[in-house]
Write a new protein. Structure first.
Length: 141
C-alpha cells in the first residue's frame, strides 16, 4: 500500500474523491456468475505458486505467530483479488513478515476471543448438568 507520508506508515492513504475514505477500497465490478472451480485454480495462477505454498507452510509451523502471519497474508491476497479483479495475487515475502503479522493480529485476536464465548457457555452448561445429575435421586421401581 502506498501512503501519503513515507515517514509515517500509520498515516491514512490519500483519498481520491474528496471524502475521508474515498480512495481506500478498490472499485469492484459485479460478477455475472459464480465460478466454483476458481477457488481451486486461483492458487496456480501465480508463476511462483509453489514457493508461496512452501513459504506459507514453513511460516505456519511457527507456533501462534505463524498463524497470525498466515492470516495477515490471506487478507493481503483478498485485497489483491479485489483490486486486480482476480488476475494475480502477491507473492509471500518474508521481508514483509511484520506487515503480515500486524495485518493478521486483530482478526486473530477477535477470532480467539469470540471463540471463547461459546466455549465458556458450554463449560457452564455442562457443569450445571453434571451437578444436576449428581444430585438426582434414582427412584427404584
Amino acid at each position: 500500500m502506498s501512503y501519503s507520508d513515507p515517514s509515517n506508515p500509520y498515516s491514512s492513504p490519500p483519498s481520491a474523491a474528496g471524502g475521508p475514505n474515498a480512495g481506500w477500497y478498490p472499485q469492484v465490478t459485479p460478477i455475472s456468475g459464480m465460478d466454483y472451480m476458481r477457488m481451486v485454480t486461483y492458487v496456480f495462477d501465480n508463476p511462483n505458486w509453489l514457493m508461496n505454498i512452501v513459504l506459507v507452510a514453513l511460516c505456519s509451523l511457527i507456533p501462534i505467530v505463524g498463524a497470525i502471519v498466515v492470516l495477515g497474508y490471506q487478507y493481503e491476497v483478498v485485497v489483491a483479488l479485489l483490486a486486480n479483479q482476480g488476475t494475480r495475487y502477491p507473492d509471500f515475502d518474508f521481508g514483509r513478515f511484520v506487515d503480515y503479522l500486524m495485518r493478521g493480529l486483530w482478526p486473530f485476536f477477535w477470532c480467539y476471543w469470540l471463540a471463547r464465548v461459546p466455549f465458556c457457555l458450554f463449560c457452564v452448561c455442562s457443569g450445571w448438568e453434571a451437578r444436576r445429575a449428581k444430585t438426582f435421586k434414582w427412584q427404584s421401581e
